[in-house]
Ligand binder design. Structure first.
Ligand code: ZN
Length: 447
């Protein structure tokens, strides 16, 4: 018995899981922190964390550090809230070499691959994610295992399986859900399984051959069926949509989020603003600065042609959305940690928002408090406010002065526990982040 519990303890330490023995408060000291609610900057900062939450935050001069506190000093660093990414597929397989390699992936292998991706996401500074379509409910198993402390990962919200129509985005040749009755049943099935959101695919997508990216494929009565059932369960619906017409239809039927929005025009973006509908742009999937990713995964020509086809309009849609003040929450549609243009998918995505006209504060909000508002957890996380969960990352420099400081992220705390500290004496990290150019590590080769 004793041996077993010792081994479990060793495992827990190795994985950086929260340990009961670390129950004493932690005091983080840094050059400064950013209040993303106001844009205020606090220099010479102290944040005291106790029981997983922020107990006090302020300047060193007026924030007392408890005598029993464990100190984590981060000189020269700035503290910002843990990043959020609300368009993620932990089990993502894009067209390319992976599709062949993972063609026979078992459910067990899928869950383990997703768990690994969850841990890497956390290490990259992303403390909360929303999953927008997984398969076989492996996401629910992974989310529960993280909650139980079986392995480390971000806080997970999930739309479980996409509710789609036959021939719709993300589907195979299998019949799926056609007509309002089948959509109702499928929506109920996902909510029963534990979905926090419902994701519907109302237009074609880049990754599915056939079915136009800009064509509304789901019928109004089908969209309405999903919204009605979800609403009765207190769950919101978000829609994969490329088109303005399909988006207008969906928004008027009560859909609360639009994913991608490749061809959204000013008029429909104004409607979204008016109706408080969230826009999750996922710019990284269509912009040239991040094409290297597609080359690396061996994306086929037809896929690249579709990516290029939507890129120009997608960029215009984002710029217009920023001008119109549409609520934007960051989503990458790639693994949050995926190397892109010298940084991670999440951070590059935020940089796109800056390039499209957001201020540094707005771009930081799109990666922190805005997704928290979208997920309705802004009273729990999303800013470095007293009482909220201690989801905190550190970067070298003030991102409001130089947004690229986010690229130097090297410290990750979630719920008061340090999962990564590149600048500490004992780096809590046990699994390295992928290099800029990963090797073919997914081939089984013990030598
Ligand atoms: Zn997606």
């Amino acid at each position: 018995m004793r041996l077993k519990s010792l081994r479990l303890l060793a495992l827990a330490i190795g994985l950086g899981l929260p340990q009961a023995s670390l129950a004493e408060p932690t005091a983080l000291t840094a050059d400064g922190y950013i209040d993303v609610l106001t844009g205020d900057v606090v220099r010479d900062a102290v944040i005291v964390v106790d029981n997983g939450r922020i107990l006090a935050a302020g300047t060193a001069a007026d924030t007392a550090i408890p005598d029993d506190a464990r100190r984590v000093d981060l000189p020269g660093k700035w503290l910002v809230p843990g990043l959020m990414n609300v368009h993620v597929h932990l089990g993502l397989i894009l067209p390319g070499i992976q599709m062949l390699e993972l063609a026979d992936e078992s459910e067990a292998a899928l869950a383990l691959r997703m768990a690994d991706n969850a841990y890497k996401s956390l290490l990259s500074g992303v403390t909360t994610i929303r999953l927008t379509g997984e398969v076989r409910h492996a996401d629910l198993a992974v989310a529960r295992a993280i909650e139980r402390g079986q392995f480390p990962g971000p806080r997970i919200f999930t739309a479980a399986e996409i509710v789609s129509i036959t021939g719709g985005h993300g589907t195979t040749l299998e019949p799926t859900n056609d007509g309002p009755y089948e959509v109702r049943k499928e929506t109920r099935r996902q909510i029963r399984a534990g979905a926090d959101w419902i994701k519907i695919a109302i237009t074609g997508g880049i990754g599915t051959p056939g079915g136009g990216v800009a064509q509304g494929l789901m019928m109004p009565d089908e969209i309405q069926a999903a919204v009605e059932i979800a609403t009765r369960h207190g769950v919101k619906v978000t829609a994969h949509s490329g088109s303005s017409d399909a988006t207008r239809e969906a928004v008027n039927l009560g859909v609360k989020g639009i994913e991608h929005g490749y061809f959204l025009d000013r008029e429909v973006l104004q409607l979204m603003h008016e109706k408080d509908v969230w826009f999750v742009p996922t710019m990284i999937v269509s912009q040239p600065a991040t094409f290297e990713f597609f080359r690396r995964i061996g994306a086929p020509d037809w896929y690249m042609a579709r990516v290029k086809e939507v890129g120009v309009d997608h960029w215009k849609a984002l710029k217009t959305a920023v001008e119109e003040g549409v609520n934007i929450a960051l989503g990458s549609d790639q693994f949050p940690f995926e190397p892109n243009d010298g940084t991670t998918a999440t951070i590059r995505e935020a940089e796109y928002y800056l390039e499209a006209g957001m201020t540094p504060l707005e771009a930081l909000q799109a990666a922190t408090i805005q997704p928290a508002r979208m997920l309705e957890i802004e009273d729990q996380t999303g800013s470095l406010s007293v009482g909220k969960l201690a989801d905190i990352v550190a970067v070298q420099g003030n991102p409001l002065e130089d947004f690229h400081a986010l690229r130097s992220l090297g410290f990750v705390m979630k719920g008061g526990h340090v999962y990564r500290n590149d600048w500490g004496e004992d780096d809590a990290r046990t699994v390295p982040l992928p290099d800029e150019e990963p090797t073919d590590a997914h081939y089984h080769d013990p030598f």
